[in-house]
Design a protein. Structure first.
Lengths: 243, 45
C-alpha cells in the first residue's frame, strides 16, 4: 500500500502534467490547426467534442468492471467490495460529466451548422439515453434504502453498459444526421495538420478524467471511512453502562 | 486564428465556439470545486 504523502505528490505531479497537456491542446486547437474549408472556425468545436465523446464511452466500462467487482466481492471480501463501490460511483459521475459535455457541445455545434439544436437521430438519441442511464444510476444511489444501494446500483450499471456499444455502432447501423466517423478503416479522414490538435486534446482530457476519477474515488473512500467511524462510535455509546 | 478573432462575437458560429471552450473549462472546474468542497467538509467531521 502506497503512503498517503506519496499518493498526494503523485496526484499533484499528474495535475501539473495534465494542465500542461491541456494548454498545448488548446493552443493546437485554436491557433495552430488549419481552418476547415466548409465550416470555418466552427469546426474547432470538434477538438473538445471528440475527446469527451470518446472518453464518455470508455469511462462506463470502468463503472461496469467496478460494479462486477462489487457483486463478486460483496460476500467474499467486503473491504474490497467497498473500494469497488467507491470506484463505481466515481466513474459514473465522470461519465455523466463527459457525456453531458458531449451532448451540450454537440448542440452548440449543431445550431450554426444544421440550423437546429437537436435531431432525434440514432447517435444523438442513444447518447442521450446513455446520459439518462447514468443520471438514473446516481439518483438510485442517492434515494435507494441504505444497505441495498450497492447491489441495486451495480445491477443497473451492468444494464447501462449495454448502451455503450449501441452508441458507438449507431452511425454504422442507421442512417444518421450526425457526421460520419473520421477515424478507422471506414473513416473519412482529416487533414494531417489537424491530427496534433486531436491527439493533444484526447490525451489531456483523458488525463484530466482519470485525475477526476481518482479524486472522486478518494472522496468516496473518505466518506465510507467516516461513516464506519460514526457507526463504531454509535455502537460503543450504546454498549456503555448507564451511570 | 488569434485571441482577437477567438473572442469575435459577431457571428453565431464564433459565439458558440467560445461558449464550448469556456463552458467546458467552467463545468470541469466547477465539478472539481464541488469534490474539493466535499473533501474538506468530510475531513472536518
Amino acid at each position: 500500500m502506497a503512503r498517503p504523502s506519496t499518493v498526494r505528490n503523485f496526484a499533484w505531479l499528474w495535475l501539473a502534467a495534465t494542465i500542461a497537456v491541456l494548454i498545448v491542446g488548446f493552443r493546437q486547437a485554436i491557433f495552430l490547426a488549419p481552418m476547415e474549408a466548409t465550416m470555418g472556425n466552427l469546426q474547432r468545436i470538434f477538438y473538445y467534442h471528440l475527446p469527451h465523446a470518446i472518453l464518455g464511452l470508455i469511462f462506463p466500462y470502468i463503472n461496469l468492471a467496478a460494479s462486477l467487482g462489487y457483486l463478486y466481492w460483496r460476500r467474499r471480501d467486503p473491504l474490497k467490495a467497498l473500494s469497488a463501490d467507491a470506484l463505481a460511483v466515481a466513474s459514473a459521475e465522470i461519465t455523466v460529466l463527459y457525456v453531458g459535455i458531449t451532448l451540450a457541445s454537440g448542440m452548440l455545434w449543431g445550431k450554426p451548422a444544421w440550423g437546429i439544436w437537436w435531431a432525434w437521430d440514432a447517435r444523438l438519441t442513444t447518447e442521450l439515453i446513455l446520459w439518462l442511464l447514468y443520471v438514473s444510476y446516481l439518483m438510485l444511489r442517492r434515494f435507494s434504502p441504505a444497505g441495498q444501494t450497492g447491489v441495486l446500483s451495480a445491477v443497473l450499471a451492468v444494464f447501462a453498459a449495454v448502451d455503450v456499444p449501441i452508441v458507438y455502432m449507431s452511425i454504422h447501423w442507421w442512417r444518421t444526421q450526425h457526421p460520419a466517423p473520421v477515424f478507422g478503416s471506414d473513416g473519412g479522414g482529416i487533414d494531417p495538420g489537424m491530427v496534433p490538435a486531436v491527439l493533444w486534446n484526447l490525451a489531456g482530457w483523458a488525463m484530466w478524467g482519470l485525475l477526476l476519477i481518482g479524486f472522486r474515488f478518494a472522496l468516496e473512500r473518505r466518506r465510507q471511512l467516516a461513516e464506519q467511524e460514526a457507526a463504531l462510535l454509535a455502537l460503543e455509546a450504546s454498549l456503555e453502562t448507564p451511570q | 486564428m488569434t485571441w482577437q478573432t477567438f473572442f469575435d462575437f459577431s457571428s453565431m458560429a464564433h459565439r458558440h465556439l467560445v461558449f464550448v471552450y469556456g463552458g467546458v473549462i467552467a463545468v470541469q472546474l466547477a465539478y472539481v470545486g464541488w469534490v474539493a468542497r466535499n473533501w474538506s467538509r468530510i475531513g472536518r467531521q
